[in-house]
Design a protein around this ligand. Sequence first.
Ligand code: NAP
Length: 312
Amino acid sequence: MDKSRYDVIIIGAGPGGLTCAMYIARAGLTPLVLERGGPGGQMLATELIENYPGFPDNVTGTELAEKLVEHAKRWGAEVAYGDVKEFCARGEDNAICVQTAAGEQLTCRALVLATGAAPRKVGFKGEEEFIGRGVSYCALCDGNFYRGRDVCVVGGGDSAVEEAVYLSNIAKSITVIHRREQLRAKKVAQDAAMARDNISFRWNSEVEEVFGTQFVEGVRVKNNKTGEQSEIPCDGIFFYVGIVPATSYAPDFIERDELGFIKTDMKMQTSSPGIYAVGDVRRPMGRQVATAVGDGADAAIAIQHYLLEYPW
Ligand code: NAP
């Protein structure tokens, strides 16, 4: 078999990419999954997944990632290390070429972008400087460092509010700093946060600076209604101000929406024929493992039809 030629190349080994690979392999086609980190994507930063159907007793992110890799490989999918730098549009021979940072040239008939998204960094003063020394983007990963201590959470979306609730079982106090006086998060998450005695809110407040010496000692905020500045002493600060899709390797001919997420149709096909996108990179409504898995299955089924029409 030509090891540079695959029916389908999938970039990213998160739940969407791995599900797509499993379906493609099971259909007797040759999928290659390229991943530049550990297989599992954002699941690796999730301690317990409580809402993945079929696991009533929960499953860890790592465990589910391993199972998804095992399942895809069991049907013959190849999962390999690869940092994709760019790819081309479908050529006259129906082939799409993929180039990795290591200089490999691969070709496929259909390509799937499954590279997910990452927490947004705003560039608040001190944000970069104190990463790992009090600034974090993952309560599940770093929350335990703040057992019995005071922390702040920045943002008002589902992530900020859910993670504040998670932290309320670990930290002594949680101050949620939000730039408006209304949360964006779902009501169920808001209700849970409001019910916690150790969660308080700083409304209409914007972060001006994270400060400290060796570690974070506090955050300086400004009330955007009154202009009043104040300091909130804390040991850690968790930023949840949105997510950014990982698309730097995707050429401009792949259409994005106004936030940079890849646009797809109902079949998960992008603006370029034969190129599909699944999971968080295409702005799903839920950003759940279950929704990524659904995208992966949908794309794989659509690709099987597409490949009948566009053979090598
Ligand atoms: P999000 O919904 O985009 O919320 C980002 C929050 O950060 C907003 O409250 C926003 O304020 C604030 N923000 C943005 N830029 C800021 C800045 N420069 N300074 C201060 N605050 C800033 O992001 P998310 O919470 O990460 O969620 C992303 C998506 O995943 C959403 O669709 C969400 O529903 C979904 N999600 C779902 C679940 C779940 O279903 N369990 C869990 C987590 C996430 P404004 O409100 O003023 O814009």
